[in-house]
Design a protein around this ligand. Structure first.
Ligand SMILES: Cc1cc2nc3c(=O)[nH]c(=O)nc-3n(C[C@H](O)[C@H](O)[C@H](O)COP(=O)(O)OP(=O)(O)OC[C@H]3O[C@@H](n4cnc5c(N)ncnc54)[C@H](O)[C@@H]3O)c2cc1C
Length: 391
């Protein structure tokens, strides 16, 4: 690796980074290319990360995890991406588990967290988005109605990634009809769904093929009965619980984008030095140098915002603005670095064997998910700059 991609001040958690890099060496481009062609899940990679304890980084030691701070989890995911791997296969386990940790009762934590930490159980699926409500989460239509000791769930989710490869799903559903609540954010509840019990017994999962290999699905709930003990925290407070986990999600995804940007930049620089056209390396031309340099500068600026957001988060301070800005700036930086990388590679940027086109497709997602750039800009306009609410 070139030194320029990891300046001294950005080397927090250097031992963790080193270990993750070593693990990722076992999963080179050829591994990911084959999976990409077959639209297959990176089972061996996720198993290796789980066995190494990396996916349990944020689970407290008392429940079998390593109790590391958020910046350590960010370092793990950044290194995964920087090595050319795809953390999208398992990153959700790091951030959705926080809802269980913060709002679950002791019995739920004892039952699930040690098994999640050991890799025996996977909590990889997050059922929030629905086809009709989209970004307007509180307009979701899936209902969970109490019936004795159970809830009966009906509705549909979309883009529920990794549902086929997860044992558990964190599910957001409406437990009180919208018209019976004072605010639209009330009456939503979070459930920890044990999919092993309800699969094909009220729960149907259908894969959606996408431009990159992301194991995403749509899921259907048809009179699906789940025990009342699956409810996390208090009924009706689910939206607040989900929101409280969003900052961690944004920061971790931003760290992944920083890793992607570093991967693209290193790839661009190496190719620009080697490829000779008109009798000299293409990297000697400023037309090739400048887009790479610009993307690099933007990545470094975004990286500082990721560190600041993580630092505020770890101090228990409000980091909504910083987490959102980190996600947007890092996603923009990775996309810019991706674009420069394709351009630097010329025709080979489109050839599978260079991995550039695969990573290009993969990093494009972060302009849209888990929150799109427009919604971040709206958040900043309204909550930071005090402009009128636009929607
Ligand atoms: C591969 C993939 C994996 C995903 N994984 C998950 C997952 O595991 N779990 C989950 O719950 N969701 C998941 N999502 C969903 C993702 O979070 C949403 O796609 C994203 O939040 C955007 O919502 P939408 O697709 O419904 O777009 P829409 O809400 O329909 O918006 C469409 C476009 O309009 C823009 N827009 C909408 N409203 C406004 C406004 N008021 N002002 C300006 N612009 C606006 C949006 O920014 C977007 O560009 C995934 C999505 C993808 C593609």
């Amino acid at each position: 690796m070139n030194d320029y991609t990891h300046a001294a001040e950005t080397q927090a958690h250097s031992e963790i980074r080193e270990e993750v890099r070593k693990l990722c060496l076992n999963f080179p481009g050829a591994y990911w290319r084959e999976l990409d062609r077959a639209a297959a899940y990176p089972e061996a990679f996720v198993r290796a990360l789980g066995e190494g304890g990396w996916l349990a980084a944020l689970i407290p030691e008392e429940y079998g995890g390593s109790g590391l701070p958020l910046s350590a989890a960010a370092a793990i995911l950044e290194e995964v991406q920087r090595a050319g791997c795809n953390g999208g296969a398992c990153h959700a386990q790091m951030y959705i588990m926080g809802t269980l940790l913060r709002h679950g009762n002791e019995a739920q934590k004892q039952l699930y967290l040690p098994k999640i930490a050991s890799g025996e159980l996977r909590l990889q699926a997050f059922g929030v988005t629905e086809p009709t409500s989209g970004t307007d989460t509180t307009a979701l239509k899936t209902t969970a109605l109490r019936d004795g000791d159970e809830y009966v769930v009906n509705g549909q989710k979309i883009w529920t990634s990794r549902a086929e490869h997860s044992d558990l799903m964190l599910l957001l559903a409406r437990t009180t009809p919208r018209e019976k609540t004072q605010k639209k954010t009330e009456g939503l509840s979070v459930f920890l769904l044990d999919m092993r019990i309800v699969k094909d017994n009220g729960l149907t999962i259908r894969p959606i093929r996408t431009m990159m290999n992301h194991a995403t699905t749509e899921v259907f709930f048809d009179d699906m009965r789940i025990p009342a003990s699956a409810l996390i925290g208090e009924e009706g407070k689910g939206f607040r619980y989900i929101l409280s986990g969003m900052n961690a999600e944004r920061i971790l995804i931003a760290a992944e984008c920083i890793g992607d940007a570093k991967w693209f930049t290193e790839k661009s620089v190496n190719y620009a030095k080697e490829r000779a056209v008109f009798g000299r390396p293409i990297g000697q031309n400023q037309g090739i140098q400048f887009p790479i340099s610009k993307a690099y500068a933007h990545m470094r600026a975004a990286e500082l915002m990721v560190y600041q957001a993580a630092s505020l988060y770890e101090q228990g301070r409000d980091c909504g603005a910083e987490a959102n800005m980190a996600k947007m700036l890092a996603a923009d930086a990775s996309w810019e670095a991706a674009e420069a990388c394709v351009q630097t590679h010329g025709g080979f940027g489109f050839a599978e064997e260079y991995d550039v086109e695969r990573k290009f497709r993969e990093t494009r997602l972060y302009q849209v998910a888990p929150i799109s750039t427009n919604l971040i800009l709206s958040y900043l306009a309204e909550h930071v700059l005090g402009l009128p609410r636009s929607y």
